[in-house]
Design a protein around this ligand. Structure first.
Ligand code: ZN
Ligand code: ZN
Length: 315
């Protein structure tokens, strides 16, 4: 058996196997999505309104950009920058409102996938190895349960935070807070737009980007020796708030900036720069802030401007 590579929060035990396990239906995850898909369809059919649409757009942008991409992914999971504790909690709360999982569930899903993708052999569930229909079923309705899982440990600073514990315990019920505001402003129709349709679109969109970004696309760097590569999806920077540059993320997982090359629009990073200018973010990491990953190799020629930008991002 080949040696298993540990990551920051995932540690192989002597009997750990990264491949031996089963894909099982995850009832809560599956029914949660189906219910919101039904609610979203009801919004479109019975409650069409510009107000509802505006609530959908505004909440989607806040929860996906400030919450999921900046708060949950770049700050909580990767520690790509530092922010005051209250702001960090607020951003992570917005990330919880995406409706995917609580903070601990998100860290676990992200880090287990990352751990799997760094091993010599990665099973088809965490590698997005299946075709689109099967992968959609696996990722959005099922869970991959290892027979001999590694030890997974979240650092005490996060694991013992009372606010994060509260968000984790009641991550589905957190929707009641924006739902109450939406109800007051626009009634049941706005709840269906701003909660159900938004959650359905966010979860399906998140899966689609994750699936496509492991299948192919532009690649600035590759990690030699690994079976799973990440790719940049051109043209989706604005829509995904920078998360579509997944090839860059595989290359520089610690970097707060995902769109590291010229022309790669990264609204999540613009938000971090804005926070930094206001004195609300510091220690912002760029691609060169930490030693390069083992096996990292440039695929396409780097323009002098891209180099400049990378140096700037690393300051
Ligand atoms: Zn990946
Ligand atoms: Zn990541």
């Amino acid at each position: 058996m080949t040696r298993l590579i540990d990551t920051d929060r995932v540690f192989a035990r002597p009997d750990t196997s990264a491949t031996q396990g089963r894909i099982v239906w995850d009832a809560a995850k599956s029914l949660w999505l189906l219910a919101h898909m039904a609610g979203g369809a009801a919004a479109l059919i019975w409650f069409p309104s510009w107000g509802g649409f505006a609530a959908f757009l505004l909440l989607a942008a806040m929860t996906l950009c400030a919450g999921h991409s900046v708060g949950m992914h770049r700050l909580l999971i990767h520690r790509a920058f530092t922010a005051p504790k209250g702001l960090e909690r607020g951003l992570v709360w917005l990330g919880t409102l995406v409706g995917m999982a609580g903070p601990f569930g998100m860290i676990r899903a992200h880090d287990m996938r990352d751990w799997h993708q760094r091993q010599a052999i990665c099973p088809p569930h965490p590698s997005h190895g299946a075709g689109p229909l099967r992968d959609a079923w696996w990722q959005m309705h099922c869970a991959f349960r290892l027979d001999y899982p590694p030890r997974f440990e979240i650092e005490p600073e996060i694991a013992n935070d009372p606010w994060y514990r509260w968000m984790e315990r009641h991550w589905m019920a957190q929707q009641l807070i924006p739902a109450a505001i939406l109800f007051a402003l626009g009634g049941i129709g706005w709840i269906l737009w701003g909660i159900s349709l938004r959650i359905a679109v966010s979860l399906i969109g998140h899966w689609a980007v994750g699936h496509a970004a492991h299948k192919g696309g532009h690649q600035g760097w590759e990690i030699q020796g690994l079976p799973v590569q990440g790719y940049n999806l051109r043209g989706l920077g604005l829509l995904t708030f920078g998360e579509s540059f997944h090839g860059n993320h595989h290359a520089f997982p610690h970097s707060a900036r995902l769109g590291v090359e010229r022309g790669q629009m990264d609204p999540g990073f613009w938000l971090i720069r804005t926070l930094e200018a206001m004195g609300l973010a510091w220690g912002v990491k760029g691609p060169s802030s930490e030693p390069h990953r083992e096996g990292l190799k440039r695929v396409t020629e780097q323009s002098p401007i891209a180099q400049q930008e990378m140096i700037y991002a690393g300051e």
